[in-house]
Design a protein around this ligand. Structure first.
Ligand SMILES: Cc1cc2nc3c(=O)[nH]c(=O)nc-3n(C[C@H](O)[C@H](O)[C@H](O)COP(=O)(O)OP(=O)(O)OC[C@H]3O[C@@H](n4cnc5c(N)ncnc54)[C@H](O)[C@@H]3O)c2cc1C
Length: 494
């Protein structure tokens, strides 16, 4: 019998771990890893903040998996656009969906559609140099509101408030550096509707916030209230106790110690109520409603409102996955309906040979490490189904890889490969070196590890061996209008 042919869709951590685990499962298997971008690594490259190089080091482990050569990376191919799910199901014995999350959960309050009201995911895509997002970002606001009390809200607040010089040792592309340098921001307000025992920050990231040069962090003293539900939550979680300790540390600072030119102000028990607009329809303030604890850790509104002057609002209330055409999608939970990673059809029964893993399976929560355990469970089910004879459709071998490559060639899809990524990776590292040593805050010089190429066209040309464009501006380029997400195009058109 021919090897089991499997297409894994999405080369983020979930897709790479799933491919790795499958390749070591003992099954005779042929794996294609399809990725819509010319670069692998998903949100590790396009989500994790540029000033978190330690976390980006996970790429080293993912690199080693793909470098082995037994998993074929096929980049610059979007499933649902360049090739359909139906075609993949026809050509492979099984498909594993690992398409992650790339957009924001909506927040239904008046004024949220204002031009200066942004989805945090779009800002993250901008500062991380995602090829399908516009190259400029309006950073003219002096006062900014960030809605949400998770780590993505912290990333956004930190990047907005950070002295731009302190990002110059990172991989940020030139357009992002130029945008951040021009920012006149002085106050970044972060709002959470519940209290310190309920915030979703992690201690490390919260403490890091206070270590930025020329940036103060404050928390309102009256924001430390606890009910029985809060006390129970704190008893149960050492991590949450550390978070509260860090918040208290910020609240207890003496006024004379707060001398920085930029301040991140954390406000708890303030539920966003309305984005207030001026006569021209631009953001002028965020109105919040004070909340109080109900006893079980939940909160209710008090009817007391307050307006916080600001000229831009960022919402960071959760990431959301997107539907892939041809597969079911749960629009409430932003996941593909599944049972232990086996994707369920409309009738609630598993679809033969279709699996899901990572954020698209579980929802957009959890750190990179959790995508590994997730992949273990999904692949265990795939292997069990293969061993039960459920996946090889009939005695006819599936043409798999060759048929799909022929289809892509026939359609003129400029796909990229692992060897192509190695070319692009080396090119980006050279760009980092060419930049020369950069002064590090606190003294010393450091060479930039890489500088990202942003333009999809340039990424593809370098990956396909056509070389880099001569004009450095073409490394940034402009996004292909057909690929800019609709929500972003609508906002820009307003
Ligand atoms: C802003 C932000 C910061 C984070 N910071 C940290 C951190 O500091 N530490 C940490 O541990 N975790 C962090 N995380 C969480 C971490 O990024 C996720 O746990 C992890 O990336 C989820 O992996 P995934 O593979 O499921 O999804 P993703 O990483 O989203 O990967 C999905 C991949 O699928 C591709 N894809 C999507 N649709 C298609 C399609 N139709 N066809 C082909 N390919 C497709 C995408 O391009 C992408 O490459 C952060 C997340 C965010 C959003």
């Amino acid at each position: 019998m021919n090897p089991l042919s499997v297409a894994v869709i999405g080369a983020g951590p979930a897709g790479i771990y799933a491919s790795d685990i499958l390749s070591k499962s003992g099954l005779d298997v042929s794996i294609d890893l399809l990725e819509r971008l010319p670069a692998p690594y998903g949100l590790v490259r396009y989500g994790v903040a540029p000033d978190h190089p330690r976390i980006k080091q996970i790429i080293v482990a993912l690199y080693k998996i793909l470098q082995r050569g037994d998993i074929r990376l096929i980049g610059n191919v979007e499933v649902g656009r360049d090739i359909s799910v139906a075609e993949l199901r026809q050509h492979y014995d099984a498909i594993v969906l690992a398409t992650g999350a790339d957009t924001d959960v909506t927040l239904d309050i008046p004024g949220i559609d204002a031009p200066e009201s942004y989805g945090g995911a779009d800002f993250v895509s901008w500062y991380d140099g995602h090829p399908d997002h516009p190259r400029t970002w309006d950073l003219s606001a002096k006062e900014v509101a960030v809605i949400g009390v998770g780590n993505v809200a912290l990333d956004i607040a930190r990047v907005l408030a950070k002295r731009p010089e302190d990002l110059m040792t990172t991989e940020i592309p030139a357009n992002v550096a130029a945008g951040l340098v021009a920012s006149p921001v002085t106050d970044v307000h972060v709002f959470g509707r519940r209290g310190p025992a309920q915030v979703r920050f992690t201690p490390l990231e919260l403490r890091e916030l206070g270590r930025q040069r020329d940036v103060d962090v404050t928390v309102d003293e009256e924001d430390f209230e606890y009910d029985a539900g809060s006390e129970e939550a704190l008893r149960a979680s050492n991590q949450q106790r550390q978070v509260v300790k860090a918040l208290e540390g910020y609240a207890m600072q003496e006024p004379q110690d707060l001398t920085a030119s930029r301040t991140i102000r954390i406000h708890l028990f303030e539920a966003p109520h309305e984005v207030l607009l001026d006569e021209g329809g631009h953001v002028r303030a965020l109105r919040t409603e004070r909340t109080r604890l109900n006893g079980d850790g939940s909160v209710s509104g008090t009817g007391v409102f307050r307006d916080w002057p600001c000229q831009a609002v960022y919402r960071a209330v959760g990431y959301a996955g997107s539907a892939v055409e041809g597969l079911p999608f749960d629009i409430e939970r932003h996941v593909v309906p599944n049972e232990g990673g086996r994707v369920l059809g409309e009738d609630g029964a598993p679809l033969r040979g279709v699996y899901a893993t990572g954020w698209i399976r579980r929802g957009p929560v959890g750190l990179i490490g959790s995508t590994k355990s997730d992949a273990q469970e999904t692949i265990a089910h795939l292997v069990a189904d293969a061993q039960a004879g459920l996946l090889h459709a009939d005695d006819e071998a599936q043409p798999g890889h060759e048929a799909v490559m022929a289809l892509l060639e026939q359609r003129g899809v400029p796909y990229t490969t692992w060897q192509g990524w190695e070319l692009l990776d080396a090119y980006e590292r050279r760009l980092g070196e060419d930049h020369g040593p950069v002064e590090v805050t606190g003294g010393g010089l450091r060479t930039r590890e890489r500088v990202k190429v942003v333009s999809r066209e340039a990424m593809t040309a370098i990956s396909r061996g056509a070389g880099a464009p001569e004009d450095p501006a073409a490394l940034i380029g402009e996004p292909d209008p057909q690929r800019v997400p609709d929500r972003v195009a609508h906002r820009l058109a307003r």
